[in-house]
Design a protein around this ligand. Sequence first.
Ligand SMILES: Cc1cc2nc3c(=O)[nH]c(=O)nc-3n(C[C@H](O)[C@H](O)[C@H](O)COP(=O)(O)O)c2cc1C
Length: 168
Amino acid sequence: MHHVRDAIKKRRSIRKFTREPVSENDLAEIVTAGSWAPSGLNNQPWRFVTIISGKILDRLGELTRYGHILKNAPAAIAVFIDHEAMYNERKDCQAAGACIQNMLLATEELGLGAVWLGEILNQAEAVNRVLDLPERYLLMAVIALGHPADNDQTSERKDINTLILKKL
Ligand SMILES: Cc1cc2nc3c(=O)[nH]c(=O)nc-3n(C[C@H](O)[C@H](O)[C@H](O)COP(=O)(O)O)c2cc1C
């Protein structure tokens, strides 16, 4: 399992992409990885919209402060939970988080880069309108993805000794 821990630590948010398109096969692999996340009662509440249309990416880009990322990305995946598939709001949102993380890790393995966009949730209803989706689909995140323009991102984490509240 050594490789999983490496992948977890090496994954970085990628916000700049080359113009190279993302293949339909890669998008399907990423969605597949998301779909293998755990969910309460295995209810699999997640639903996806894959986007390669530059026009739609631009329109979504108008809905977030981080729009420049979407406007310059060759692809994105919008992740929703289906209200009709939900059984517990908190647990279903947690499942969506696990799903999104799986997708980020799969993206990395495919040699692509991605960033989890959450600020766009402030405009969730407008996102549904752009994607022509009814209200039953609740936006969880938009993942912008593509071939990384550079690979020199760094990030920091708190020391686990400051995070572990107690060792009993
Ligand atoms: C719930 C959530 C929302 C986020 N929203 C945004 C966002 O709107 N824009 C953005 O550029 N990055 C966003 N990020 C990415 C974080 O900024 C990033 O994961 C964090 O800074 C750690 O960097 P790393 O992913 O490279 O380890 C979001 C991440 C999460 C988990």
